[in-house]
Design a protein around this ligand. Sequence first.
Ligand code: NAD
Length: 428
Amino acid sequence: MTSNSYNPYENAQSQFDRVAKIIGLDEPTRVLLRQPMKEYHFTIPVHMDDGSTKVFNGYRIQHNNARGPAKGGIRFHPQETIDTIRALSMWMTWKCAVVDIPLGGGKGGIICDPRNLTENEQERLCRGWIRQLAKDVGPFIDVPAPDVMTNGKHMLWMLDEFELIHGGRFPGFITGKPVGMGGSLGRTEATGYGLIYTVREALKSQGMRIEDTSASIQGFGNVAQYAAKLYSELGGTVAAVSCWDNTDKKAYTFYKKSGLDIAALFGIVDSFGTIDQNKARDLGCEILPEDAWIEQDVDILMPAALENQITLANVGKISKQVLLIAEGANGPINTEADEIIRKSGMFVIPDFLANAGGVTCSYFEQVQSNMNYYWEKDEVMQKLDAQMTSAFKAVREIAKKNNLYMRDAAYVISINRVAQAVKMRGWV
Ligand code: NAD
């Protein structure tokens, strides 16, 4: 799902190698952790509504399960690549480890464009993905969840197919289920809110208050919407958001210096995170080109769309005013741009810490599903805040103590935890 020259797996491996060297990781553990343990590549034939049959390519990658069952989303995207999924599965391992939940890392996907598929075709595709993997995933093996262009409806079709094959009810098999069908209250908000809990803590650590800051956000899908909502409810000014327009095949930035009305934008965005441009103009938004979100004079940038969005081509456009980048998306800054940002002294909350709210809440969902007992939303959000805040503080502490970039400090914690699990199991 990336431009030709960028390989997210190489990015993930080079981030890992850098820290493996800093902590002096032994050779077998280094070799084991710098690649996935298991990969499944398969085909999914789907009977289309017009009577034809189309064959899709599906994937599931389990990077590591030393700390618990693999965990990670399933993406539907026309430009999905195996290396993107490898990288994402690796980041899931570090993500679960940094927030200290007993899960490993996995990721999956199907190369498809759900915008061009009917509901029935999407259902058959979901069921087909499960049929290919039913023996290799499960509540104690590998637990999928929604990701880009997948949602609770897809998860429920997948759960249903899994239960049909295995005979029984296994609500802990998949997370991101709709509320009332085993889903957790708060899961929809969890990643975006979690991102803002870390932003709040980062600002606190710099002696700043959210109320005195402004932000520009790339994307306006699940993560970006709820990040924008909580950030503005806490008093921050969201000056810009952006989104992809699938008709024009390009992205746009929606800008209002005095602050966008986030509640109103919720009313004019579709389920794929595309904002209606005419209605946005009526709300007083200026509509600017794709990269404009990165150029604004704001205090905080939150890339929350896709990987490989801040590169050598646009890193120089970041305003001098920006003091914090909170990575809502996975891998939004590529390796070369990250070098420049690292040297600039800008404070970065790395992706696998900043967006760990989703998987943390997914873990809460699994716990609730397995207990067959459900928590109130306040309880979920309080637990989420506590987990994210404590993870942020632990990373910040290591960064301060060892004079490390926040990304490296987060890796130090995660790699050490996973390496310890691998050793305690006697694998290396
Ligand atoms: P989504 O599909 O709900 O939203 C994606 C948004 O990005 C949409 O608004 C889309 O229009 C926009 N977008 C796509 N291409 C763009 C471009 N070139 N420029 C500007 N905007 C563009 O996806 P999401 O669930 O919000 O996920 C966003 C990112 O966060 C992904 O990297 C995902 O892996 C990561 N993430 C998501 C979760 C989660 O719980 N949803 C958890 C952790 C990480």
